[in-house]
Write a protein that binds this ligand. Structure first.
Ligand code: GLN
Length: 321
């Protein structure tokens, strides 16, 4: 009697793995399912994401499949893929991230974009080297308060190749990550990484202690208000991957989300030189309140709120008089 033909074993090619993982992530309602699948497969295969598409028929080894099964299971339990692969992207640059720091968000790129635009357009804010792009930022001093992974300060230092950045954080763990990222992007020689609460380290910095020395003071402080942190309404609730895995200290901003924003708006401007900009990221729901706080500070003028990439009011900008 003829034997029924056995189903040939499925070959787990890159293409098949990506499809299987994407499907699992879609069903679990994860954000960016395709990107998450690509990041994990590229990580396990030790290649760039592009290579997944130039060699889609590459069969995975049993060990690679085992790693991917484990990582997929963890991602399905809301562990952020950036932590699983140890890397997150910000301003088209790769940053090392792990559970010691907040994962960089696209919304925060607004700060970097605005500073670069302003610096290009404003005499005395970095264009003194003329058209020599290596001299862009010469003489410019920037403080990045609550730097976390260092993404904002490092991206600014990278794009203003002659600027100097002071980055502060209360967490020594975060500063280690920021240092690693500054070294990775070869800007460590133009960055001072200082440990301390908010603006405090500026008072001990040899240049910034003079007050009125900064061209830019930027910050993405913890700002999630308690009502959003505790919310169970899917519209406002903090996502499980954020709440369960990212450092609470980098996220929660007290009852109204302004515990760190308020002192930055009140005490930040004194550190800026005339015409210098203060940029502070805030919860979209508190943008109006934060704007009013900035407008109440007599040291600044031209207070505006910038929208993030999703169109939410996100960053307060104020100019030192
Ligand atoms: N935007 C982040 C979030 O909602 C919060 C970042 C912050 O508190 N600085 O997940």
């Amino acid at each position: 009697m003829p034997q029924p033909q056995a189903t040939p074993p499925k070959t787990w090619t890159t293409r098949a793995l990506l499809a299987w993982m994407k499907d699992a992530f879609v069903k679990a309602d994860l954000d960016s399912p395709q990107l998450c699948a690509e990041m994990l497969v590229a990580h396990v295969l030790g290649c760039e994401r592009l290579k997944l598409y130039t060699e889609p028929d590459r069969p995975a080894s049993p060990l690679e499949r085992q790693s991917l099964r484990e990582l997929t299971a963890r991602a399905l339990k809301d562990e952020p893929v950036q932590y699983l692969v140890g890397e997150g992207w910000f301003f088209s640059m790769p940053f090392h991230v792990d559970k010691r720091v907040l994962i960089p968000r696209p919304a925060t790129a607004t700060i970097v974009e605005h500073v670069l635009q302003h610096a290009r357009a404003t005499p005395g804010f970095g264009r003194d080297g003329g058209n020599d792009s290596k001299a862009f930022g010469a003489g410019v001093l920037i403080a990045d308060v609550c730097t976390g992974s260092g993404c904002v300060g490092v991206a600014l230092a990278k794009h203003m190749p002659a600027a100097h950045v002071i980055a502060t954080d209360i967490s020594p763990d975060a500063l280690e990550v920021a240092k690693e990222n500054a070294e990775r992007h070869k800007v460590a020689d133009r960055m001072d990484l200082l440990r301390g609460h908010m603006l405090d380290p500026l008072d001990e910095h040899p240049v910034a202690k003079a007050k009125g020395s900064l061209h830019y003071l930027v910050s993405n402080p913890p700002y999630i208000p308690d009502d959003e942190w505790d919310s169970t309404d899917p519209e406002t609730a903090v996502q499980a991957n954020v709440k369960g895995f990212e450092p609470t200290i980098a996220l929660r901003g007290g009852a109204d989300g302004l515990d760190f924003v308020r002192p930055l708006l009140a005490e930040g401007p004194v550190h800026l030189r005339r015409g210098g900009l203060l940029l502070v990221e805030v919860a979209a729901s508190r943008a109006n309140e934060a704007k009013a706080l900035a407008q109440a500070n007599p040291l600044v003028e031209a207070v505006t709120v910038l929208k993030d990439i999703e169109g939410h009011p996100r960053t307060i900008v104020a100019r030192r008089k």
